[in-house]
Design a protein around this ligand. Structure first.
Ligand code: FAD
Length: 302
């Protein structure tokens, strides 16, 4: 095997795994396609010591730090296939180069499947947001909205009312149960039933929503919990068990971040819910340390 470990995905989770493998003096190759989930946001919030930093700068710094270890490599590109072979795994990168390793860490992240609504994509990560803990404080006291895309929307609206006056936009969808309506009223959340026609605002900011009734309502930030999908088929190719998460599929892992396939670890958004960069990094640490310990202890148990 060329490497002790291949890490597929070089962002918060993958780089956290890789640096622990490299610091344990094992060989590790990170393959990264360079499209982290939060690339639409200019600032990442809440990460220890990095609150407000640009996410791409954070990742570039982490990649630079990893490269300083003699046993670590980063390959820019997309892993297209992975399969188990005798004593390890083969991973095919983009054009056809095949890399081999004793163990794998999957950290290829997820993508958000945004609803089709005029003006929504433009604001994603700026004024159209998924998480108030990541991007709520910046809109304190301003007009907040929650777009109902699934039954969790009312829960999100109850929470977001802590940051500012909140409206739950049903967008023509199901009306919440009576007891949920009561809770929304208790939290001062307004319910708007009309369909949204467009989101309006300058560039990436929001100023109003045009509704089907011809009305226009002021808004500064719109939150939603989109469906998510795994960025790669590699977990399925390897035979990893997937669970149904609240937003989309999640790779099943144990407390050591080991998947159902021996030798394959998974970390970050692909292997947990809820999501943020700190949890992704922490899971990456767990995967990297667990992987290293398996390299030490498995031969002793044989
Ligand atoms: C708009 C937005 C804003 C956010 N803001 C915040 C915030 O302020 N604070 C916070 O804590 N969290 C924030 N998050 C959440 C955060 O982005 C994720 O939790 C975090 O990026 C997950 O890290 P990850 O390493 O699991 O995956 P990602 O960061 O998504 O990285 C996955 C990496 O794998 C690569 N990849 C994918 N497929 C392959 C392949 N086949 N081969 C090789 N590489 C591949 C991708 O290109 C990418 O580089 C935000 C999310 C969104 C959508």
């Amino acid at each position: 095997m060329k490497y002790d470990a291949i890490v597929i995905g070089g962002s918060f989770a993958g780089l956290s795994a890789a640096i622990h493998i490299a610091r344990a003096r094992r060989t590790v190759c990170v393959i990264d396609a360079g499209q982290p989930r939060n690339r639409f946001a200019e600032a990442s919030h809440g990460f220890f010591g990095q609150d407000g930093s640009n996410p791409q700068t954070m990742i570039a710094e982490a990649q630079m730090q990893l490269r300083s270890y003699p046993t670590a490599e980063i390959v820019a590109g997309e892993a297209s296939m992975a399969k188990a072979v005798e004593e390890g795994f083969e991973v095919t990168v983009g054009g056809g180069e095949v890399l081999t390793a004793a163990k794998l860490v999957l950290a290829f992240g997820i993508s958000d499947v945004l609803p089709e609504l005029a003006g929504l994509n433009e604001g994603w990560g700026k004024s159209v947001l998924h998480c108030p803990y990541c991007h709520g404080f910046e809109y304190s006291g301003r007009n907040m909205g929650v777009l109902q895309t699934n039954p969790m929307a009312a829960h999100q609206a109850l929470l977001i009312a802590d940051w500012g006056p909140t409206t739950l936009y049903l967008n023509g969808g199901a009306v919440p149960e009576q007891n949920v309506q009561q809770k929304l009223a208790q939290r001062g959340v307004t319910i708007e039933r009309a369909r949204i026609i467009t989101l309006q605002g300058e560039a990436t900011s929001l100023s109003s929503l045009s509704l089907e009734s011809g009305r226009s309502v002021p808004i500064d930030a719109l939150y939603l919990a989109p469906r998510t999908r795994l960025n790669s088929k590699i977990a399925e190719q390897l035979g990893c068990v997937l669970d149904d998460g609240p937003f989309g599929p999640i790779i099943h892992t144990d407390a050591a971040k080991l998947t159902s396939v021996p030798g394959v670890y998974a970390a970050g958004d692909i292997a947990r819910a809820p999501h943020n960069a700190s949890w992704a990094a922490a899971d990456g640490v767990t995967a990297g340390v667990s992987l290293h310990q398996s390299l030490v202890f498995e031969p002793l148990a044989a």
